[in-house]
Design a binder for this molecule. Structure first.
Ligand SMILES: Cc1ncc(COP(=O)(O)O)c(C=O)c1O
Length: 367
């Protein structure tokens, strides 16, 4: 590359750009997009109405402090709104954290099959992503601790994790926090927290409230069904909130998103209906797919990780081609170091039944 032209900072060209889930199947009339962990129930009708109302006033800047939204989140979760930062999706917040807390040469730890935005945000900040091995597709606290060096500044932990669906019980998260040095910021990414039905799980609100070095990110993209609007929030210690507010875009979230977010979080019946739908279909999909002889990693979220055999005719890649031809779009996972698996989002009843039927045909046809 000629030195005479502008050069991105070191690390930027090492980034493998994020590839979102496919949404097209050429030549197929009806598509079931099960590749991005979106909710099959869509957003609350009240959120759609609130969004439409703002369409009458697109000439006005949004409220840069997102006060109404932070207050609505505060009411819903019993939190101080001053300790909340909103972002254009939790992606925005993860990138802000990396920019605020990582300098050139610093290190950020994430786990083998952790969410891909973590290494992207780390490299983009000029720092080094360090991979901590997982056990049974699950984050391993001891491995994270073994990866620490004096240069570690951040630890990213998705709980539950995408794309594996596995989670760490809260006592393990607490053990991790206790063992991390005080200057290391622990980022708990609880994008799927609303789906989890496990007695030993907590998203980390209490831990954030009582420590000076832990933050939690949440999103409106999953159970609230507002992925298109790009909306997420973070709860953190006051000094972290202060740092992020200094570097975030002054209008980083837009007014239609603020209005829809407030209505979405207040429509608790809709959130409960989405959680109940998931609680019914997640175990059903897990069991039905296992009955076909495929291994499914136990998931606490709104998707399952399906492992395919290596035999010709039965691989994940061939299953993806087979399903896509039938309009069923799942997520390929090569970038997540899982080339032998596909990730399936819990869909509508119709989509779930179609996937199981198609997988039965695929496994039968290959026999
Ligand atoms: C673990 C995890 N964190 C964060 C996100 C990003 O969500 P958002 O749409 O809020 O940027 C996702 C989305 O797939 C995710 O799986």
């Amino acid at each position: 590359m000629p030195a005479s032209r502008p050069q991105p900072r070191p690390g930027v060209l090492d980034i493998e750009a994020y590839v979102p889930g496919k949404s097209k199947a050429p030549g197929v009339a009806k598509i079931y997009k099960l590749s991005s962990n979106e909710t099959p129930l869509g957003p609350s009708p009240k959120a759609i109405a609130a969004y439409r109302q703002v369409a009458e006033h697109l000439e006005d800047y949004p409220d840069g402090a997102a006060s109404d939204l932070r207050e609505a989140i505060g009411r819903a979760f019993g939190l101080d709104p001053d300790r909340i930062v909103c972002g254009a999706g939790s992606d925005d917040l993860l990138n802000l954290l990396a920019r605020a807390y990582l300098a050139d040469g610093d290190e950020a730890i994430y786990t083998t099959h952790g969410f891909l935005v973590y290494p992207i945000a780390t490299l983009g900040a000029g720092a080094k992503p360090v991979v901590a091995p997982e056990k049974n597709f699950t984050a391993d606290v001891d491995a994270i601790l073994a990866a620490l060096t004096p240069k570690t500044k951040l630890v990213f932990l998705a709980n539950p994790n995408n794309p594996t669906g596995t989670y760490l019980p809260f006592d393990e998260v607490q053990r991790l926090r206790r063992a991390l040095p005080e200057n290391v910021l622990l980022v708990l990414d609880a994008a799927y927290a609303e789906y989890v039905r496990r007695n030993d799980y907590e998203s980390g609100l209490e831990l954030v409230a009582t420590s000076d070095n832990t933050v939690m990110c949440r999103t409106f993209s999953k159970i609230y069904g507002l992925a298109a609007l790009r909306l997420g929030w973070l709860y953190g210690p006051a000094h972290v909130v202060d740092a992020l507010n200094r570097i975030r875009g002054p209008f980083n979230i837009n007014q239609p998103a603020i209005a829809a977010g407030v209505a979405a979080i207040e429509d608790t019946a809709h959130v409960q209906a989405s959680a109940a739908h998931n609680a019914r279909w997640l175990p059903w999909l897990t069991e039905e797919i296992r009955k076909l002889g495929l291994e499914v990693t136990p998931s606490a979220a709104n998707f399952v990780l399906i492992h395919f055999p290596k035999d010709k005719g039965r691989t994940a890649k061939e299953a993806d081609v087979f399903l896509t031809a039938r309009g069923l779009i799942l997520r390929r996972l090569e970038p997540y170091r899982l080339p032998g698996a596909l990730r399936l989002t819990v869909g509508s009843e119709e989509a779930n039944r179609l996937v199981v039927d198609a997988l039965a045909q695929f496994m039968g046809a290959a026999a």
